[in-house]
Design a protein around this ligand. Sequence first.
Ligand SMILES: [Mn+2]
Length: 268
Amino acid sequence: MRALGTPILDLGTTSGSALLISDLHVPADGGVVLVRLRAAVAAATAARADLFVLGDLFDSYVCRAQVRHGVWRDVAAMFAEAAAAGVRIVLLHGNRDFLLGAEFERHSRARVVAGGVKVVLGGVPTLLLHGDELCVNDLPYQRAKRWLRSAPVRWLARSLPLAVALRVAARARAKSRMVIASGDQSRFLPTQAAVAAAFAVGVRRLVFGHIHRHAHGAFGDGDYWILPAFDEAGVGLRVDTAVAPLAFAPGAGPPEPTAVPPTFPFTA
Ligand SMILES: [Mn+2]
């Protein structure tokens, strides 16, 4: 099964609750987002919830060697500890960390999914995407995505020595910031037709991140939730029979319910 070219993994039905977070962009030096991530992992552990990370967990992840170093090793260890306590962790590839592979699965005991996930959450058939595939008007990005994720490029990048990989990643981030800062912003946003195509895989709920806007609304006979960037807002989504945005304060403590966000004006 595919949605907008993205392979979709069907995880069947989960009982109990799930915590969804997206776009953490954990930087090489860790920072405050690690404190929030720890709070989210602790909340999932306490609630015996599944934890879904909808992509861009890391600011960048390029080579296999990374999982044995620095913040990448620390996050993997944090996840492995939660997994040992019974938390199922599912990690979607984002556009910044689509090179996460089997070595990260081994160290983190998380399932890394190179695409989206279809899963029944709280009784509702739901599609989880990173969300970059919904921005179909960004033609340069969609073209680059195809060759960047081709087998030879992936193999080459994942084999790089750590120091080289980090330089490559820094250059890619700088280029991306320049593109984002220049010109018309609307091509970076999801379209109505793309969202409709995502629902067409047979779901009544769509959850994604990537565009860093917190939003929620009805779509056809279903609904959508757009997760904000977790490193900016510290907000995730608890899904069981109800859906509730939760705020994770940097000062630890349990998460607090936060306001339901406004609808998103999808472009035509
Ligand atoms: Mn992204």
